[in-house]
Design a protein around this ligand. Structure first.
Ligand SMILES: [Zn+2]
Length: 473
């Protein structure tokens, strides 16, 4: 983290600490990993198991992790898989009581899938177009959600829908050592501490992070890069050789977004921010201190590159710093990241661009949905949406339009005070819709409650008149 923000670690004394060591065997397309994870039971319930997510086994990622061994506090510990091998449960000999510490040692192997190389491929995890993306390549401690009564809590093991994001994690601290083929240019979370050439044409890199939801390992032998220092952060953009102009443009967009959001929401506390292409067609994806953009955004969909950078950089505030369940309450981070694009555009591009953003990206798709009697409630799980188009139009479009209404009613001063207070109060924490509402209620503006119901919790506009819904065809 930047030196001025080191004191933020004080609040993280009980955050999980991962010390991960992985080797990428390029011939076998396998990752061999070992980790020591120090964690505390921060809940009231005793934990009889420790539950880790194996995210690569999700449909989103299309691979898996095979556990080799597990030990807790030096004792070998039996484990089993659950939920389609997206979960591994360590069965403890004695429960971990409230406040107690455990040191977990895990070893595993993970196959790295190879996908086809066309730039239309969407691969969050694995190798395509000579780019290897490895988010969550290690067992990640599940979030424990307390229940209504003592002992009624549960480990969050939802698998979500391929339409939306799936990773839900505590803010954690990472030290990651990765031994990679030396020609690979890594793009990661955190800050690089050292790189050393080792035998067999490999290089060993070490990174450390500030509070992060996960650690991204992403790489290509093709990446070229440039960086700019801004507000004490090094922003680095990577690109494929044929996309240099777009790669340099992405750097200027990311720098601008970082400055605008730091001024408006609250400072970005990390030393690094990285932007890189990935085999995710024309889409973007957020990770801690790193955003990935589909290779098509550097080429055929170049006109969307700027707004996508603006959206994904905003996730450093709304996802990384303030985190929520992305499967059951996706509106919390997505609507705000999407709305943040408007803040970016009005600072940099003027009213014409802002109006185009609102009308073409948000209002028009929503109008079409209403015309098809397919407008539905914003606040609901990803799985409730009929398809990707309805999901994006409602969560991103209608969600962002809600924020434009909210800002109109509150006025700029109160609106930005709400956002900066929301960040300040929940930085490195996990929020839900109730938390969000409580922050809003602190502004004591009764008209806002009606606005929230109308836009976020009420059924879609097509049902307001009580007319029977037309059958869809
Ligand atoms: Zn997003």
């Amino acid at each position: 983290m930047k030196p001025d923000f080191a004191s933020q670690f004080d609040a993280l004394a009980l955050a999980p600490r991962y010390d991960i060591d992985v080797t990428y065997d390029a011939e076998e397309q396998v990752l061999n990993g070992a980790a020591s994870i120090v964690l505390y039971n921060t809940t009231e319930d005793p934990w009889r198991q420790l539950v880790f997510r194996l995210y690569p086994a999700l449909e989103h990622y299309g691979s898996g992790i095979t556990m080799q061994g597990a030990a807790v506090n030096g004792r070998s510990t039996p484990f089993d898989y659950a939920t389609g091998r997206t979960v591994v449960r360590l069965n403890l000999a004695e429960p971990l009581e409230k406040g107690q510490r455990a040191e977990v040692r895990l070893t595993w192997t993970a196959a790295i899938p190879r996908w086809t190389d066309g730039d239309a491929v969407y691969a969050l995890y694995g190798t395509s177009q000579q780019i290897t993306s490895l988010p969550l390549f290690y067992p990640s401690l599940a979030v424990y959600q307390p229940g209504a009564t003592l002992g009624a809590g549960r480990w969050w093991t939802d698998t979500g829908s391929i339409r939306g994001d799936a990773a839900f994690n505590y803010a954690s601290l990472f030290v990651v050592t990765a031994t990679l083929p030396a020609e690979q240019v890594p793009v990661t979370s955190g800050t690089l501490v050292s790189s050393t050439l080792v035998e067999g044409g490999q290089a060993r890199h070490v990174w450390v992070t500030g509070p992060s939801r996960e650690f991204l390992l992403h790489m290509s032998p093709l990446f070229q890069s440039a960086y700019t220092e801004t507000y004490g952060t090094r922003v680095t953009s990577y690109w494929l050789p044929q996309h240099e102009a777009a790669g340099r443009a992405a750097l200027t967009y990311a720098v601008a977004a970082l400055r605008i959001y730091s001024d408006r929401f609250g400072p970005y506390p990390y030393r690094d921010l990285r932007v890189a292409p990935a085999p995710i067609n024309f889409r973007g994806m957020e990770y801690p201190q790193a955003i990935l953009l589909g290779t098509q955004l550097y080429g055929r969909f170049r006109e969307n590159l700027e707004v996508l950078v603006a959206h994904e950089v905003a996730h450093q505030w709304w996802y990384l710093m303030v985190h929520n369940d992305p499967v059951n309450e996706p509106w919390l981070d997505e609507a705000l990241a999407e709305y943040s694009m408007k803040i970016y555009m009005e600072e940099l591009r003027g009213q014409g661009s802002v109006n185009r953003l609102i009308n073409e990206r948000w209002q028009l798709p929503w109008n079409l949905l209403k015309g098809r009697q397919a407008d539905i409630r914003v606040h609901q799980p990803v799985a409730e949406f009929a398809d990707g188009s309805q999901y994006e139009t409602i969560i991103y479009g209608k969600g962002a339009l809600f924020y434009t209404e909210l800002r109109k009613q509150l006025g700029d001063r109160h609106f930005f005070r709400f956002l900066s207070h929301y960040l300040e109060a929940h930085r490195y924490g996990i929020v839900d819709t109730t938390t969000w509402q409580a922050e809003l209620a602190a502004l004591q503006n009764p008209a806002i409650d009606a606005l929230f119901v109308e836009w976020i919790t009420a059924p879609g506009v097509n049902s307001f008149d009580g007319a029977p819904r037309q059958p869809e065809n």
